[in-house]
Design a protein around this ligand. Structure first.
Ligand SMILES: Cc1cc2nc3c(=O)[nH]c(=O)nc-3n(C[C@H](O)[C@H](O)[C@H](O)COP(=O)(O)OP(=O)(O)OC[C@H]3O[C@@H](n4cnc5c(N)ncnc54)[C@H](O)[C@@H]3O)c2cc1C
Length: 466
């Protein structure tokens, strides 16, 4: 579904219309819009998705056009609807894509699924507007939505702006310059594909985005070589075939500390292992309780968790598909992929190429350095015009851990003064600081349903009052 923009328009709700502006048309925005349309039969509801690219359903995660980039969650856990767990599987079967519930679909297919699901419920209350929202200003009746080319009003807004590009790579306090060898945004696949067939590349980061980057680089040409670099040099763990799917992970009771929680999980893994059940089932078994555990951790303990235990949790929780893990193993065996623990110590510009020095010592003459350090979380460092405007006015603020935006547990945006911004909501990755688990579809679909229910209730109250 693409945009039906109204250039240079200044438009507002009619006397009776209840317009909801959804900012961002990635997975979070689409799932929110679907829930709004399904939950309300009010003809005065208008749902406007503002999407910078004009194409909904993709966002960063599902915007890849490399079919070798797979979902990192099994198809049976990626349904758009929590109360219809087989929805994606049924769609994949019907459209001839896959019949394997344990399988990992190409991520680009998931974008098509979201687009199809939105099309199924779309009626004349839905509009998609192309363009980046630059600011949202509270007014007496709601909000003014400002883009480069238009201004419009809305009774409520749902921020679904998602993941941001990574924090710039820095050496000795200086951002790396714009240069032919510097790929600052790893999701710009055209930059990777334009590299020489025999390119040598340093990929900074060893998370799931780095893994995607390696696959695009090394599958496209057998002559390329990649060195992955991260502080600990640890890849995500792979998923494995599920021999044991059901393990009821014991959730610790009473006061919680970060170390105590890590110890409790380790104990549980040992107990599972004694019964022949792998740690993956323990980690997965904690998923429904994770947000609650996070809420129960005092602030100082959350800080400690981030400092000491987060990476260990991430590599186990955000796993890669088995096919992807096999590809990486093969590249290493062929001598085309090396994984190093260390940091960037120096980068010297050599025109079309650069020389990278790492700490501990390593020197690499390469065609490119790719920033795969993961989405930037700290909104205070964001270059995004919308976030900068909202933060500058105190209309939004970082959560206490600066992992995203401050919001209530049920998704209402808080201003910098901690007060709830009436009529403004947040769905998806920006809620990581308050919920910890807030970036994957199983959490996003639940948030989208909850926020949409609150918005529909609000707009129907206003509708009755008009
Ligand atoms: C590479 C990658 C792979 C992932 N794979 C999986 C997976 O397999 N399974 C899983 O469950 N999760 C996965 N995730 C987690 C991911 O966070 C979510 O699944 C989901 O894609 C988040 O969607 P989103 O819409 O919140 O954010 P995004 O995908 O970042 O989309 C945000 C959208 O908002 C638009 N936008 C932003 N700001 C504005 C603005 N001011 N005005 C207008 N438009 C704006 C952007 O153009 C973009 O389209 C992955 C994440 C990444 C980064």
């Amino acid at each position: 579904m693409t945009a039906t923009d109204t250039p240079l328009s200044t438009s507002g709700p009619t006397a009776t219309s209840q317009r909801v502006a959804v900012i961002g048309g990635g997975a979070s925005g689409v799932l929110t819009a679907i829930n709004l349309l399904v939950r309300s039969d009010d003809p005065s509801l208008e749902v406007v998705i503002h999407e910078a690219s004009g194409i909904v359903g993709r966002g960063i995660a599902y915007g890849t056009n490399d079919q070798r980039h797979l979902l990192n969650v099994r198809a049976r856990h990626m349904s758009a609807f929590p109360d219809s767990p087989s929805d994606l599987l049924d769609w994949a079967l019907r459209t001839g894509r896959s019949s394997d519930p344990q399988g990992f679909l190409p991520r680009a297919d998931f974008a098509i699924y979201l687009q199809d699901r939105l099309a199924d419920v779309a009626d004349d209350r839905l509009r998609v507007r192309a363009g980046r929202v630059q600011d949202i200003v509270a007014t007496a009746n709601g909000f003014e939505i400002v883009t480069e080319r238009s201004r419009s009003t809305a009774a409520a807004v749902v921020l679904c702006h998602g993941n941001q590009p990574p924090r710039p790579l820095r050496v000795e306090g200086q951002d790396l310059p714009d240069a032919p060898w510097h790929v600052a945004n790893p999701w710009e696949l055209s930059r990777l594909r334009a590299l020489p067939a025999d390119a040598s590349v340093v990929v900074v980061g060893t998370g799931l985005t780095a893994v995607d980057t390696v696959i695009t680089l090394l599958e496209d040409s057998a002559e390329r070589k990649v060195t992955m670099l991260s502080r600990r040099g640890r890849l995500p763990k792979p998923h494995v075939g599920q021999a044991h799917t059901a393990w009821v992970t014991k959730v610790p009771e009473g006061p919680l500390s970060a170390d105590g929680l890590a110890e409790a999980v380790a104990d549980e893994c040992r107990a599972a292992a004694e019964r022949g059940v792998g740690w993956r089932a323990v980690v997965d078994g904690l998923r429904p309780a994770t947000q609650d555990l996070w809420r129960r951790l005092p602030h100082a303990e959350r800080v400690r968790f981030l400092q000491v235990h987060a990476r260990e949790w991430e590599v186990r929780r955000h796993r890669m598909a088995p096919d992807v893990a096999l590809r990486l193993q093969r590249y290493r065996y062929e001598g085309r992929l090396a994984i190093r623990a260390g940091t960037l110590a120096d980068v010297v510009d050599r025109g079309q190429r650069c020389q990278v020095t790492t700490d501990p010592a390593g020197v690499y003459d390469v065609d490119a350095i790719v920033n795969c350090t993961g989405p930037l979380a700290d909104v205070r460092e964001s270059q995004d015009p919308l976030l900068r405007s909202l933060l500058a006015r105190g209309a939004a603020g970082p959560d206490p851990l600066a992992l995203g935006l401050d919001a209530t547990d049920d998704g209402r945006l808080r201003g910098a003064d901690g007060r709830v911004v009436d009529g403004a909501y947040v769905v998806g990755p920006p809620r990581k600081g308050t919920l910890w688990e807030s970036t994957a579809i199983p959490e996003i679909r639940a948030q989208a349903a909850q926020v949409a229910a609150a918005v529909v209730e609000r707009t129907s109250r206003r509708s009755l009052a008009n």
